[in-house]
Design a protein around this ligand. Structure first.
Ligand SMILES: CC(C)c1onc(-c2c(Cl)cccc2Cl)c1COc1ccc2cc(-c3cccc(C(=O)O)c3)sc2c1
Length: 232
């Protein structure tokens, strides 16, 4: 049947894409990825700095998701804590899948591979990055997929499950239509995008173990990361 994006849905896409592009990690933070020397310690420190900055960007972006600030305040926190790792996998995936002509791709890959995390996490992580790269997502799809990840109702401690589910369904409906319109030659494209969300859950579980292994090797995180990831 004829898929049509309504006026309201077009406004929603615009609001989310504007917020997504407006909130970025400052250049002085990401530029250090290109400059500093390479060592496991230095790589870990730089990644910690960028991740901390990314969380701050994520908080600002989330506040601009239409409807998010109308949710229960504690649920807003629960959604942010529960989705931060997955949103950061999506963000770093865009950088690593050469989606951004930023010149960070090689240096970021090198620093992640040599940041003291054990091999067992490297493989699934870079398989994910490869699978994201193969999707050739548009900017709108990236922004909407991040929004849908944030609005996942079954995060720990979320009380108003239905309110979050309603918001997420609104975004899923828009993304489904966008996929049909922007990838007409690939009817399964929307399903493939949702498959990435499942992969993100798996990576999230790996990440909890990654943090533990870094902790046992006495790696320090910033207060913001400790708060959002419940470490220390
Ligand atoms: C605390 C730290 C050691 C850590 O622990 N787990 C992870 C992690 C790792 Cl490894 C992989 C995936 C997810 C997580 Cl959460 C990390 C590092 O997480 C990040 C988070 C965001 C970004 C954005 C970047 C980036 C670069 C250039 C340009 C841009 C840009 O947006 O322009 C963004 S790099 C980067 C690194």
């Amino acid at each position: 049947e004829k898929v049509e994006i309504t006026k309201e849905q077009r406004a929603l896409i615009k609001a989310i894409l504007d917020a997504y592009n407006r909130h970025q990690i400052p250049q002085d933070v990401t530029k250090k990825l290109l400059q500093e020397q390479y060592s496991a310690e230095e790589n870990f420190l730089l990644l910690t700095e960028v991740a901390t900055s990314q969380v701050q960007v994520l908080v600002e972006f989330t506040k601009n998701i239409p409807g998010f600030l109308s949710l229960d305040r504690e649920d807003q926190i629960a959604l942010l804590k529960g989705s931060a790792v997955e949103a950061m996998f999506l963000r770093s995936a865009q950088v690593l899948s050469k989606k951004m002509p930023s010149g960070y791709t090689e240096v970021l890959e090198e620093r992640i591979r040599k940041s003291g995390m054990s091999e067992e996490f490297i493989t699934p992580m870079f398989n994910f990055y490869k699978s994201i790269g193969e999707l050739h997502m548009t900017q709108e799809e990236q922004a909407l997929l991040t929004t849908i990840t944030i609005l996942t109702p079954d995060r720990p401690y979320v009380k108003s499950h239905e309110a979050v589910e309603r918001l997420q369904e609104t975004m899923l409906d828009v993304l489904r239509k966008l996929c049909v319109l922007q990838h007409p030659q690939e009817p399964q494209y929307f399903a493939r995008l949702l498959g990435r969300l499942t992969e993100l859950r798996t990576l999230h579980h790996y990440h909890v173990e990654m943090l533990t292994s870094w902790k046992t090797n006495d790696h320090k995180f910033t207060p913001l990361l400790c708060e959002i990831w419940d470490v220390q």
